[in-house]
Design a protein. Structure first.
Length: 192
Protein backbone atom coordinates (compact mmCIF):
# COMPACT_ATOMS: atom_id res chain seq x y z
CA UNK A 1 0.00 0.00 0.00
CA UNK A 2 2.88 2.29 0.69
CA UNK A 3 4.32 1.71 -2.79
CA UNK A 4 1.10 2.86 -4.41
CA UNK A 5 0.99 6.11 -2.41
CA UNK A 6 4.66 6.83 -3.01
CA UNK A 7 4.34 6.14 -6.78
CA UNK A 8 1.27 8.35 -7.13
CA UNK A 9 3.09 11.18 -5.34
CA UNK A 10 6.05 10.92 -7.72
CA UNK A 11 3.71 11.00 -10.73
CA UNK A 12 1.99 14.12 -9.36
CA UNK A 13 5.27 15.93 -8.74
CA UNK A 14 6.62 15.05 -12.20
CA UNK A 15 3.36 16.08 -13.87
CA UNK A 16 3.33 19.44 -12.09
CA UNK A 17 6.98 20.07 -13.00
CA UNK A 18 6.34 19.23 -16.67
CA UNK A 19 3.26 21.51 -16.77
CA UNK A 20 5.20 24.42 -15.24
CA UNK A 21 8.05 23.91 -17.71
CA UNK A 22 5.64 23.83 -20.67
CA UNK A 23 3.99 27.06 -19.55
CA UNK A 24 7.33 28.83 -19.26
CA UNK A 25 8.59 27.83 -22.76
CA UNK A 26 5.49 28.19 -24.96
CA UNK A 27 4.70 31.34 -26.95
CA UNK A 28 1.30 33.00 -26.86
CA UNK A 29 -1.20 31.68 -29.41
CA UNK A 30 -1.80 35.07 -31.02
CA UNK A 31 1.07 36.83 -32.76
CA UNK A 32 2.17 40.13 -31.33
CA UNK A 33 1.63 43.00 -33.77
CA UNK A 34 4.33 45.61 -33.99
CA UNK A 35 4.22 48.95 -35.69
CA UNK A 36 6.67 49.11 -38.61
CA UNK A 37 9.47 51.52 -37.97
CA UNK A 38 10.54 53.95 -40.72
CA UNK A 39 13.93 53.46 -42.29
CA UNK A 40 16.75 55.43 -40.68
CA UNK A 41 16.76 58.98 -42.07
CA UNK A 42 13.26 58.64 -43.67
CA UNK A 43 10.40 60.94 -42.77
CA UNK A 44 7.67 59.22 -40.76
CA UNK A 45 4.52 58.38 -42.75
CA UNK A 46 1.39 60.26 -41.79
CA UNK A 47 -2.02 58.63 -41.83
CA UNK A 48 -4.59 60.05 -44.26
CA UNK A 49 -8.33 60.05 -43.73
CA UNK A 50 -10.14 57.47 -45.85
CA UNK A 51 -11.70 59.95 -48.30
CA UNK A 52 -8.36 61.64 -49.00
CA UNK A 53 -6.63 58.29 -49.49
CA UNK A 54 -9.33 57.17 -51.94
CA UNK A 55 -9.15 60.39 -53.97
CA UNK A 56 -5.36 60.11 -54.06
CA UNK A 57 -5.59 56.53 -55.34
CA UNK A 58 -8.09 57.50 -58.07
CA UNK A 59 -6.23 60.61 -59.17
CA UNK A 60 -3.76 60.45 -62.04
CA UNK A 61 -0.20 60.53 -60.78
CA UNK A 62 1.88 63.61 -61.58
CA UNK A 63 4.11 61.92 -64.17
CA UNK A 64 1.33 61.71 -66.78
CA UNK A 65 1.20 57.93 -66.51
CA UNK A 66 -2.36 56.65 -66.83
CA UNK A 67 -1.55 53.05 -65.90
CA UNK A 68 -4.11 52.94 -63.11
CA UNK A 69 -6.88 54.86 -64.84
CA UNK A 70 -10.04 53.19 -66.18
CA UNK A 71 -10.49 52.96 -69.94
CA UNK A 72 -12.74 55.49 -71.58
CA UNK A 73 -15.85 54.10 -73.33
CA UNK A 74 -15.90 53.96 -77.10
CA UNK A 75 -18.12 56.49 -78.86
CA UNK A 76 -21.61 55.15 -79.56
CA UNK A 77 -22.92 57.95 -81.79
CA UNK A 78 -22.93 55.77 -84.91
CA UNK A 79 -23.17 51.98 -84.84
CA UNK A 80 -20.38 49.97 -86.37
CA UNK A 81 -21.00 48.13 -89.63
CA UNK A 82 -20.43 44.38 -89.64
CA UNK A 83 -17.21 43.76 -91.54
CA UNK A 84 -18.64 40.71 -93.31
CA UNK A 85 -21.55 42.65 -94.84
CA UNK A 86 -21.83 45.19 -97.63
CA UNK A 87 -18.90 45.18 -100.04
CA UNK A 88 -17.07 42.49 -98.06
CA UNK A 89 -19.95 40.01 -98.22
CA UNK A 90 -19.80 36.94 -100.44
CA UNK A 91 -23.12 37.70 -102.09
CA UNK A 92 -22.93 40.50 -104.68
CA UNK A 93 -24.82 43.66 -103.79
CA UNK A 94 -25.32 42.65 -100.15
CA UNK A 95 -26.42 45.52 -97.90
CA UNK A 96 -24.23 46.85 -95.11
CA UNK A 97 -25.62 45.71 -91.76
CA UNK A 98 -24.90 47.19 -88.33
CA UNK A 99 -23.49 44.99 -85.59
CA UNK A 100 -25.57 44.31 -82.51
CA UNK A 101 -24.47 46.29 -79.47
CA UNK A 102 -22.41 44.64 -76.76
CA UNK A 103 -24.57 43.12 -74.04
CA UNK A 104 -27.54 42.42 -76.32
CA UNK A 105 -29.21 39.05 -75.73
CA UNK A 106 -30.34 36.87 -78.58
CA UNK A 107 -33.27 34.83 -77.32
CA UNK A 108 -34.54 31.65 -78.99
CA UNK A 109 -33.09 32.45 -82.41
CA UNK A 110 -33.01 29.63 -84.96
CA UNK A 111 -30.10 29.00 -87.28
CA UNK A 112 -27.32 26.68 -88.36
CA UNK A 113 -23.75 25.99 -87.38
CA UNK A 114 -21.31 27.08 -90.12
CA UNK A 115 -17.58 27.56 -90.51
CA UNK A 116 -16.19 31.04 -91.04
CA UNK A 117 -14.63 31.89 -94.40
CA UNK A 118 -11.17 31.56 -92.84
CA UNK A 119 -12.19 28.16 -91.47
CA UNK A 120 -10.81 28.87 -88.00
CA UNK A 121 -13.96 30.00 -86.23
CA UNK A 122 -17.43 28.51 -85.90
CA UNK A 123 -20.32 30.83 -86.72
CA UNK A 124 -24.05 30.74 -86.15
CA UNK A 125 -25.99 31.75 -89.26
CA UNK A 126 -29.50 32.96 -88.42
CA UNK A 127 -32.53 31.67 -90.33
CA UNK A 128 -34.93 34.29 -91.67
CA UNK A 129 -38.23 34.35 -89.84
CA UNK A 130 -40.21 36.36 -92.39
CA UNK A 131 -39.57 39.76 -90.79
CA UNK A 132 -36.77 40.75 -93.19
CA UNK A 133 -34.07 40.03 -90.63
CA UNK A 134 -30.66 40.69 -92.06
CA UNK A 135 -28.50 39.62 -89.17
CA UNK A 136 -25.00 38.65 -90.25
CA UNK A 137 -23.55 35.45 -88.79
CA UNK A 138 -22.15 35.69 -85.27
CA UNK A 139 -18.98 33.95 -84.18
CA UNK A 140 -19.64 31.44 -81.39
CA UNK A 141 -17.27 31.80 -78.45
CA UNK A 142 -15.85 28.41 -77.46
CA UNK A 143 -17.59 26.77 -74.50
CA UNK A 144 -19.28 23.47 -73.66
CA UNK A 145 -22.47 24.45 -75.52
CA UNK A 146 -20.49 24.83 -78.75
CA UNK A 147 -18.87 21.46 -78.15
CA UNK A 148 -22.33 19.89 -77.72
CA UNK A 149 -23.49 21.47 -80.99
CA UNK A 150 -20.43 20.19 -82.88
CA UNK A 151 -20.91 16.70 -81.43
CA UNK A 152 -24.58 16.69 -82.46
CA UNK A 153 -23.69 17.71 -86.03
CA UNK A 154 -20.98 15.03 -86.25
CA UNK A 155 -23.33 12.34 -84.94
CA UNK A 156 -26.08 13.31 -87.40
CA UNK A 157 -26.15 12.59 -91.12
CA UNK A 158 -27.91 15.86 -91.94
CA UNK A 159 -27.72 19.59 -91.41
CA UNK A 160 -29.11 20.45 -87.97
CA UNK A 161 -30.93 23.59 -86.98
CA UNK A 162 -30.47 24.95 -83.47
CA UNK A 163 -32.40 27.36 -81.27
CA UNK A 164 -29.92 29.41 -79.23
CA UNK A 165 -29.98 31.95 -76.43
CA UNK A 166 -26.89 33.89 -75.44
CA UNK A 167 -25.18 37.21 -74.83
CA UNK A 168 -23.68 39.12 -77.75
CA UNK A 169 -20.30 40.81 -77.59
CA UNK A 170 -18.72 43.10 -80.15
CA UNK A 171 -15.11 43.18 -81.32
CA UNK A 172 -13.55 44.90 -84.34
CA UNK A 173 -16.67 44.99 -86.48
CA UNK A 174 -17.91 41.48 -85.67
CA UNK A 175 -20.43 40.06 -83.25
CA UNK A 176 -19.66 37.11 -81.01
CA UNK A 177 -22.13 35.14 -78.92
CA UNK A 178 -21.57 33.36 -75.61
CA UNK A 179 -24.17 30.60 -75.59
CA UNK A 180 -26.39 30.07 -72.55
CA UNK A 181 -28.91 27.63 -74.03
CA UNK A 182 -28.89 25.41 -77.11
CA UNK A 183 -31.71 23.16 -78.36
CA UNK A 184 -31.79 21.07 -81.53
CA UNK A 185 -34.85 22.07 -83.57
CA UNK A 186 -36.79 18.95 -84.65
CA UNK A 187 -37.16 18.34 -88.37
CA UNK A 188 -40.49 19.72 -89.69
CA UNK A 189 -40.91 17.00 -92.33
CA UNK A 190 -43.70 14.54 -91.74
CA UNK A 191 -42.86 10.89 -92.04
CA UNK A 192 -45.42 8.62 -93.72
Amino acid sequence: MRKVTWASGVVMVLGTAMWANAQATTQPATPQLTTPQPAPGAAPAKALPADQMLSQMLRQNGSGNTSGMPLQPLPTDKPAVDRTSGGRALAPGAPAVSVMREGTYVVDRVGRLTRAVEGQQVEFTFDSDGRALRDPPVVILPNLKLMQMENAVQASNRDLRFRITGMVTEYRGRNYVLLDKVVVVPDARQQF
